[in-house]
Design a protein around this ligand. Structure first.
Ligand code: IVH
Length: 689
């Protein structure tokens, strides 16, 4: 073999160093700095050089290593069977070549079928779970493939991981699979992290890795991790002869298995399943980055064996990169339900990760200014896990000479009202500019109606966005209550309308009438009060018991008065939310809407929270320093047990829980003869010691 030319030796060394740095960022710091696609590209460049000059592929080459050495914070575990990685395929040709290689290796003719399984490649972190006599005895991360970290205590806190396998299980069996986090759990975790001033995770995979590799397993327990089983390590007795059957057996043992696994007998079937999985990718609710194909017969797997870091009998068919560049053709401003002006990027259509993208979010005007995004720019678009495409960066070398910075409008593009950025209590301007037109603005009116009929609100089938726009523009429905008088005003005339008929008209009226009785929390949520989401709506429904009570209390509320204090005493209602509720019920127009709705609709009170706890029905106040729980936890706990939590002591208070440093509330309690207990007594009473 010829000696490698110097420039390739240098290029190889550069790639080795760059990949090593990325490996550390990814495996040890859970904080990658490049996309997976770019990382794969680097590895491919390295492999291409090594294929031509194999002498460069010495032991230090990343092509010989899997991941990075474990980080040293956990006890080490020697994998009895190495945890290897997978080779990648990036095109159907690569897949054909993979199957062809298998045939050649096994000396199988063209006509001999080779069955393979195809399943999603979960984008999480791999884990090995050792079961002895069906009992989970050890959990280990992959580490460098030979040696991983002992995370037994941590994996035991993952709900999906059984502590004991069900049914007939071999004496020793190491289950391998992926720990991951769903999109919604990831978003909720990051929100919590942000509120607590803690680290924000870059993506669900890093969040899963960071959550699992915690020295304190109680932190892992609080993180919503999930698990899919798809392989095995040490397994002296396999329960079946094929990949498919072993994994089916996992289900009987109580292990979660991905529902999108298929058994295929041709390359065409593999590719068909790949396309199917790719099509479902955005709606799965968790990240996957490809489809893994595995030879089904375990005897064949054994014959095929391994090459350096990966098995010859399996491959990962990766999805195309989820970034692409395209031209930003325009920036449109949408006006939301609360008047928020949201800039939307109109893009020259481009395929990103298999989906055609022509719109992307631009967040707000500061974001546009910060990235200096201009109409006409060529931009890099990314489709993140949450499906709404984003603009990552601008390719400045492609910027047209005559481009101008984007000027965000200061008037509402729909109604022409002044649009302003409110001043936050911190003195900083809110990130969002809002139309001040309120219900003068037809955009806001329509968005409110759309929210009112949406799935988590009144959930009225047949009143989609297009119908709302149409009925609104014709003056048939301009306020929520008009929905309930539509039948009496329009009657059979609806049947005659274009696009309607006997049955669709009947269905719409039936869907509307079915909502004349509705859960109170949905009613409140449907009003579209700023900052009042489903959770807060539920809190308000439970706390006030009827819409009339809420209406009267909130319209009597003003910062600092009794009604205000009651409002902010409820779990999850801070000053900002209380202000929004007060403002909403302070507007005559909104009271008219609520009253008109109450003439048409009967909200149903929420079921009581707890029946027979020692504090149910009592009004409790917490004061002073609490040691075992935060104030929010204390409130949530009391409310879960059926107590009402108030912010101040009055003669209506039943119990004051006072920690060290309690002052005026303690005095107030003594004055009213309110029972005072400490935190330890609180736990004794509620039996949650
Ligand atoms: S099989 C010997 N199946 O991908 C082959 N791996 O790049 C063992 N992964 O380390 C792996 N989903 O963390 C397999 N359905 C799946 C997978 C999967 C995700 C991960 C796993 C592995 C990496 C290989």
């Amino acid at each position: 073999m010829a000696r490698a030319p110097k420039d390739l030796v240098l290029e190889h060394a550069r790639l080795v160093a760059e990949i090593a740095a990325h490996d550390i960022a990814y495996h040890e710091q859970d904080a990658p700095t490049i996309s997976d696609a770019d990382y794969d590209a680097l590895r491919r460049q390295l492999l291409a050089i090594e294929e031509t000059y194999p002498s460069l592929a010495d032991a230090s080459s990343p092509s010989r290593k899997v991941g990075a050495a474990p980080s040293g914070r956990f006890a080490k575990v020697q994998h009895r069977v190495p945890m290897l990685s997978l080779g990648n395929a990036f095109s159907s040709e690569d897949v054909e070549e993979f199957v062809g290689r298998i045939r050649r290796f096994l000396n199988l003719g063209e006509s001999v079928p080779v069955a393979l399984t195809a399943e999603p490649k979960i984008d999480g972190l791999s884990i090995s779970l050792r079961y002895e006599k069906g009992v989970l005895v050890e959990g280990a991360t992959r580490g460098d493939g030979a040696e991983g970290e002992n995370v037994t205590a941590n994996v035991r806190t993952v709900n999906d991981v059984p502590h004991r396998l069900k049914g007939d299980v071999p004496a020793v069996f190491e289950v391998r699979g992926e720990i991951y986090m769903s999109h919604s759990d990831f978003a909720a975790l990051n929100l919590k992290q942000e509120q607590a001033g803690e680290k924000i995770f870059a993506n669900p995979r890093n969040a899963a890795a960071g959550s699992l590799r915690q020295q304190d397993a109680t932190i892992t327990a609080a993180r919503p991790l999930k698990f899919f089983a798809y392989a095995w390590g040490e397994a002296p007795m396999l329960p079946a002869a094929t990949q498919w059957d072993v994994v089916q057996g996992f289900k009987i043992w109580g292990l979660p298995v991905n529902p999108l696994m298929r058994l295929c007998s041709t390359t065409a079937e593999l590719l068909e399943h790949y396309r199917l999985v790719e099509g479902q990718r955005a709606s799965l609710g968790y990240d996957i980055d490809g489809v893994v194909y595995k030879v089904n017969e375990i005897a064949l797997q054994q014959r095929l064996g391994f090459v350096s870091r990966s098995p010859r009998w399996a491959i990962a068919h990766k999805f195309s990169a989820e970034q692409a560049s395209t031209v930003l053709e325009a920036i449109d401003i949408q006006v939301g339900r609360t008047g928020a002006l949201t800039p939307v990027a109109r893009l020259h259509p481009v395929t990103v990760g298999g989906v055609v993208v022509s719109n992307a979010t631009l967040h707000n005007e500061d974001e546009i200014a910060r990235k200096d995004i201009r109409v006409g720019d060529t931009v890099v678009v990314q489709r993140a896990g949450d499906v709404i495409p984003q603009i990552v960066s601008v390719l400045l070398d492609k910027r047209p000479v005559a481009s101008e910075p984007y000027v965000f409008p200061h008037v509402c593009p729909v109604c022409g009202s002044h649009a302003e950025r409110e001043e936050r209590s911190s003195g900083k301007a809110d990130a969002i500019r809002r139309c001040t037109g309120g219900l003068i603005c037809s955009a806001q009116r329509k968005e409110r109606l759309k929210h009112f009929v949406s799935r988590l609100a009144f959930d009225i089938d047949g009143l989609g966005d297009r119908i709302i726009d149409e009925f609104h523009d014709e003056g048939l429905i301009s306020q929520p209550q008009d929905i309930f008088t539509l039948e009496s005003r329009l009657g059979d005339a609806l049947v005659e309308r274009e696009g309607w008929g006997e049955s669709s008209a009947r269905n719409l009226y039936a869907a509307i009438n079915a909502r004349r009785s509705i859960a109170m929390d949905r009613f409140i949520f449907a009003l579209g009060i700023r900052h009042v989401g489903e959770t807060t709506a539920r809190v308000l429904a439970r706390a006030y018991g009827s819409v009339e009570r809420l209406r009267d209390a909130a319209s009597a509320s003003a910062p600092g008065n009794e009604a205000w204090k009651e409002l902010i005493s409820h779990d999850g209602i801070g000053e900002i939310v209380a202000e929004a509720i007060t403002q909403f019920f302070g507007e005559l127009h909104n009271i008219e809407v609520v009253n008109a709705l109450l003439d048409q609709v009967t909200p149903q009170a929420m079921a009581a929270v707890a029946s027979a706890s020692p504090v149910s029905g009592k009004t409790v106040v917490f004061t002073g320093a609490l040691e075992r729980m935060t104030r929010d936890e204390a409130k949530a706990m009391a409310e879960r047990l059926g107590a009402k939590v108030a912010g101040s002591v009055s003669k209506k208070t039943d119990l004051l829980v006072a920690g060290p440093g309690a002052g005026s509330k303690l005095k107030e309690a003594e004055k009213h003869g309110v029972e005072v207990i400490d935190e330890a007594e609180w736990f004794r009473r509620v039996g949650e010691n």
